[in-house]
Design a protein around this ligand. Structure first.
Ligand code: FE2
Length: 252
C-alpha cells in the first residue's frame, strides 16, 4: 500500500492557481491540481517569510520559471520542507532551482529521497535548534505508522500549517465540483466531503490513537487563530474547532 501511495501520475488536467497572500507580507499559498493515481487532487504549497527575509517553503508543488520569478520577488528561498511521507514529490525539481536552500525532511522519507538522488538534507525533529525554529515550531504528529507528519506553528502570524493531518473538502475547493467517479467513490469511502476530516492516511494508518490525541491536545493549546491545510478550504471557521470536529475531541 505504501508503494502504491508513493507514486504520482500527472495528466492534462494539471493546473496551477495563482500565488495568494494569506497573511500580508508574511505568508503566501499556491495550489496545484493534479491527478494522483486516477483521482483528481488539489494540493497547496505555503511560503513563510522569516524576520530576516528568508523564505521557508512548505510542501513544494511543481515549479516552473514563472512561479520561480514570483517566489523570487518575495525573498530568498532558504529552507525547503518535505513534511511527511507523501509530500516530497516536487522537492527534487525545487531544490535544483534553489541549490543553496537547505532541505528538511520527515525522517520517514530518508530512504525514498535517497532513491531520488537527494543526499543532502536535514531530518526534522521537534527539538531542532535552528534559527527558523524560533519563529516556526516543528511538531511531530505521533501515532501514525506511515506519514511521519510534522506540522508547523508560525508564532508571529498565529498560523498552524498542516499537510494531511486534516482536510476540509467542500464544493469551493478546486476540482470538487467536477470530480470524476473515482474521486467521488474515494471521497465517499472516507466521508471526506463537506466537513473537516482526518485525511485517508490518518484514517488508515493511525495505530496509536492515544499518542495522536495527546499531540492534538497539545497543539490545541498553542496560540493560533488560522490554519493552512494542504488539501481543503482556507479561512473557514475557528481552526481549533475544525481540528476538534475532525478528530471528535472532547472539547467539541
Ligand atoms: Fe496530502
Amino acid at each position: 500500500m505504501v508503494n502504491y501511495l508513493s507514486s504520482v501520475q500527472t495528466s492534462m488536467t494539471e493546473q496551477f492557481d495563482k500565488l495568494e497572500v494569506f497573511k500580508l507580507d508574511t505568508i503566501w499559498t499556491i495550489g496545484h491540481s493534479l491527478v494522483f493515481y486516477g483521482i483528481p487532487c488539489h494540493t497547496r504549497m505555503t511560503i513563510v517569510k522569516l524576520e530576516n527575509g528568508d523564505l521557508f517553503v512548505h510542501s513544494p508543488i511543481k515549479i516552473d520559471e514563472n512561479l520561480k520569478t514570483e517566489i523570487d520577488k518575495l525573498g530568498i528561498v532558504k529552507y525547503i520542507i518535505a513534511p511527511n511521507f507523501l509530500h516530497h514529490i516536487f522537492i527534487s525539481d525545487f531544490s535544483k532551482l534553489y541549490p543553496d536552500a537547505e532541505i528538511f525532511i520527515s525522517p520517514v522519507l530518508k530512504e525514498k529521497l535517497e532513491k531520488h538522488q537527494i543526499k543532502k538534507y536535514i531530518l526534522l525533529d521537534d527539538e531542532l535548534k535552528l534559527n527558523w525554529c524560533d519563529e516556526i515550531k516543528p511538531i511531530l504528529i505521533k501515532g501514525n505508522t506511515m506519514l511521519g507528519e510534522f506540522v508547523f506553528f508560525h508564532k508571529k502570524s498565529k498560523t498552524l500549517i498542516v499537510t494531511d493531518l486534516i482536510e476540509y473538502l467542500t464544493e469551493d475547493v478546486k476540482g470538487m465540483k467536477d470530480m470524476n467517479i473515482m474521486g467521488k467513490i474515494f471521497s465517499w469511502s472516507f466521508d471526506l466531503y463537506g466537513k473537516p476530516k482526518p485525511s485517508p492516511e490518518f484514517q488508515w494508518y493511525t495505530n496509536d490513537k492515544i499518542a495522536l490525541m495527546d499531540c492534538l491536545e497539545n497543539i490545541i493549546k498553542l496560540d493560533f487563530d488560522s490554519i493552512i491545510m494542504s488539501h481543503g478550504k482556507l479561512n473557514d471557521g475557528d481552526p481549533k474547532k475544525l481540528i476538534s470536529m475532525a478528530y471528535k475531541m472532547k472539547s467539541e
